[in-house]
Design a protein around this ligand. Structure first.
Ligand code: UD1
Length: 427
């Protein structure tokens, strides 16, 4: 298993390219199931999760072709063509490893008339139910059966029928599944209390390119006029705001200066505001954003919540940064009940963090010290990388496969801007 070894204390400086967004890619890929024509996605990040999703789509009958990118380039272009669905089953082995695969439910149900998907179960960051997704399908007329750890959704004769879906909470996954199902339903579907994350806007962007008619894009009320068929399209995946935010924290925690090429300031409003509140300088540039810090960080009070509030996917990285702030920060995690798995590891590096329920008090310390650490999820792993970049001495981050799921060639990007970082394989 690979490890990442960091010799901390190096100031980062230079240009760092931002990849296509993982969370957008994983909802754009299943759109290919909605049409028999080819869908080409540009700027897809090279990530383990994208590969796994491609394999799942292959099993369902989509062909995938990767073209036009050299190994040294970031990102790639993939063309998917699901001329005919050969299966409507997403098996346990895949869903267990990649929770995001439940978003094939909506498109399979809409196009294939039925979908059988393994129940995803809990994960490291908490119990993650899918009741809102299933309720939405029922509202569109589907029947839901559960047996042997699988969910089977069956569309009525004549297909799904447009309806009013009111989500109890603006769930990202449930909004995505509802949107894709509604795209091929008969008549009009309204999604009330829809998630407004930029990745949902990106999904709507592709659906519109494929022939969908959607009103209210970017708002919490989406109106989808269902179409009998959708068409092929070529679409560029949006830049990864969470990757950009993570590297902004890297500039801040090392007192460095990074130009995040390709980052979209527009999608990062709340992250940029929080960085500025912490005393970090953030300026939009023609090609991205520039982030610089003199290393003096102010404490923050942050609470995660659905977009446009502070994203849960940035909580761990901000926590790492705030371990070195001048005072006490208060972080509250409202989305997931168990998303503080990085706290004991940061504490082993010298951080002073006390967790009570969903709130963490982070008292700034003058220094962190390197240590062997490991994390149980993607963003938690990134918080340990950030801590390692600032810590005295050597930090070994284990279970690198988490990082490979969500950060394209992390050590290469950080190494190019001055980090002393390497990946070691234990063979
Ligand atoms: C969530 C995040 C998303 C992030 C992703 C990975 C939010 C709103 N969503 O998306 O930004 O990229 O994790 O870290 O921040 N829920 C139910 N029943 C459901 C669906 C959701 O009770 O059927 C609850 C969840 O337990 C959770 C909340 O709603 O507390 C948000 O869930 P949701 O947005 O669906 O999660 P993801 O789509 O995984």
């Amino acid at each position: 298993m690979d490890r990442i070894i960091i010799e901390g204390g190096k100031r980062l400086s230079g240009r760092l390219p931002i990849s296509g967004a993982k969370n957008a890619a994983l909802t754009l890929l299943p759109c290919a199931l909605l049409t028999e024509e080819p869908v080409t996605l540009r700027n897809l990040p090279r990530l383990a999760d994208v590969d796994s999703f491609g394999h799942l789509l292959n099993q369902l009958g989509a062909s995938t072709t990767i073209e036009g990118s050299r190994p040294e380039d970031f990102g790639r272009v993939m063309t998917l063509k699901a001329g005919r669905l050969t299966s409507t089953v997403a098996p346990y082995d895949i869903v267990r490893k990649m929770r995001a695969s439940i978003v094939v439910l909506g498109p399979l149900l809409a196009r294939g008339g039925e979908a059988t998907v393994s129940l995803p179960g809990g994960c490291a960051i908490g119990n993650r139910p899918i009741d809102f997704h299933l309720k939405a399908f029922e509202t569109l007329g589907a029947t839901i059966e559960m047996a042997n750890g699988y969910i089977r959704a069956i569309a009525p004769d004549g297909g799904l029928k447009g309806a009013l879906i009111t989500l109890p909470f603006p769930s990202v996954g449930a909004t995505e599944n509802s949107l894709m199902a509604a795209a091929l339903a008969t008549g009009e579907t309204i999604i009330e209390n829809a998630a407004r994350e930029p990745e949902i806007v990106d999904l709507c962007g592709l659906l519109v390119e494929m022939g969908s008619e959607i009103e209210g894009i970017g708002s919490d009320r989406l109106v989808i006029h269902g179409k009998p068929r959708l068409y092929g399209a070529t679409y560029k995946v949006m830049p990864d705001r969470i990757e950009a935010g993570s590297y902004a924290c890297a500039a801040a925690i090392t007192g460095g200066e990074l130009e995040l090429e390709g980052a979209s300031a527009e999608d990062m409003h709340v992250i940029i505001t929080a960085l500025r509140d912490a005393g970090v300088l953030v300026e939009p540039t023609k090609t991205g954003i520039k982030v610089s810090s003199d290393g003096k960080l102010r404490p923050l009070t942050l609470s995660t919540a659905p977009h446009p509030a502070f994203p849960t996917d940035m909580q761990a990285q901000f926590m790492a940064m705030l371990t070195l702030a001048d005072g006490a920060s208060v972080l509250t995690e409202t989305i997931f009940e168990n998303r503080y798995m990085h706290v004991p590891e940061l504490t082993r590096m010298g951080a002073d963090i006390a967790v009570s329920g969903r709130t963490a008090i982070v008292r700034g310390v003058p220094k962190l010290s390197g240590a062997p650490v490991m994390a149980t999820d993607l963003r938690a792993s990134m918080s340990l990388i950030l801590a390692g970049l600032a810590a005295d001495g050597e930090t070994q981050v284990n279970r690198v496969y988490h990082l490979d799921r969500g950060y394209e060639r992390l050590e290469e990007k950080l190494g190019a801007v001055g980090a002393q970082i390497e990946r070691v394989s234990d063979g």
